[in-house]
Design a binder for this molecule. Structure first.
Ligand code: AKB
Length: 315
């Protein structure tokens, strides 16, 4: 049975990943490293937890030693738009947490999952059906940390034999914990507004296409890549994965199938728009499909129905 540490377990992904991992590997085999609130209901009761500042390598090493951890999910990050407002913080968290996890993993022989992102691509990357192996010259600090993360993770795998694996996440849509400061956050916020019956002010122009994914698929991607047979992996850091690609108009139309009164107006946020314009419209995820069987379960309509159902219950 795996012994897992999640660094950053209270964020958008971590707060749901910990529940899924505990249901697979057992409550006591998943340690939730936390630093910042909010803490989901039952967080401190449902299994071991440890306060971990991802920038403090000793704290990570201490927990890995104490619980005999063999797998680290490193989810500490400052998302793209927030990182552009505070590039030093974006760099320190993005690079610092990864280097700390890699160094601890090297010493204690752990596997490491660290998400990369569509943000690892830039203006000179082919925009449609972006290939697995292509130009990566992002112009955001978030993207730069993601490219560095991919390269240094491969370096630790080749040079020190650390089992590093990763996926390039698109925008993740979820209903438990809000994302904080990403360029794709609009695709979550619109659902909250629609279910509350409020007007949605969209920060991105119509025609701004980006890859997206519903949280259950994002969790599958993280767990399945870590469970994949390593002899089948030609790539490691990091795999293109996607489930759908849409622009704000398509998303609003999908929601209006179930909430016809949704009102949407545009008030473009220049920072978010310029980041979105530098990212792909759609990824080619065929390598993930052939090397470890990636296959998403949710398309736009299925996700829309489930988001509305879940938010109606929650709100
Ligand atoms: C962001 O918008 O910053 C993230 C991402 C796509 O990596 N959701």
């Amino acid at each position: 049975m795996k012994k897992i540490l999640i660094v950053g377990s209270t964020g958008q992904i971590g707060s749901e990943l910990n529940i899924r991992l505990r249901s697979i590997y057992g409550e006591n085999n998943v340690v939730c490293g936390y630093y910042t609130p909010p803490f989901p209901p039952g967080f401190f009761e449902s299994g071991p937890t440890a306060e971990i500042n991802a920038l403090n390598v000793e704290q990570i090493a201490q927990v890995v030693k104490e619980y005999n951890i063999d797998t680290i999910y490193n989810l500490a990050a400052i998302l793209s738009a927030t990182a552009e407002k505070n590039p030093k913080l974006g760099w320190d968290v993005g690079v610092g947490s990864l280097m700390n996890c890699l160094d601890v993993a090297r010493e204690y022989k752990c596997a490491v999952f660290t998400p990369s992102s569509i943000g690892a691509f830039g203006l000179s990357t082919p925009k449609d059906k972006t290939p697995q192996d292509t130009v990566q010259r992002p112009n955001t600090v978030y993207g730069i940390t993601k490219v560095l993360g991919e390269l240094v993770s491969d370096y630790y795998a080749e040079r020190y034999g650390v089992d590093t694996r990763s996926v390039r996440y698109p925008g993740i849509i979820s209903n438990m914990t809000l994302p904080g400061g990403g360029t794709t956050d609009y695709a979550v916020e619109i659902f909250y507004k629609a279910v509350k019956g409020e007007k949605f002010i969209c920060p991105l122009k119509p025609g701004t296409f980006m890859d997206m994914m519903y949280m259950p698929d994002a969790l599958d991607a993280a767990i399945n890549i870590m469970e994949a047979d390593s002899s089948r992996l030609i790539h490691r850091n990091s795999f293109n994965v996607t489930a759908m690609s849409f622009d704000p108009e398509m998303l609003a139309a999908s929601i209006r199938n179930y909430i016809p009164e949704l009102e949407m107006e545009y008030e473009i946020d220049p920072l978010k728009q310029s980041i979105a314009d530098s990212w792909p419209n759609s990824l080619d995820d065929s390598c993930a499909r052939s090397e470890w069987g990636w296959s998403p379960g949710y398309d736009l309509d299925k996700m829309t129905q489930d988001m509305i159902r879940a938010l109606k219950q929650k709100l």
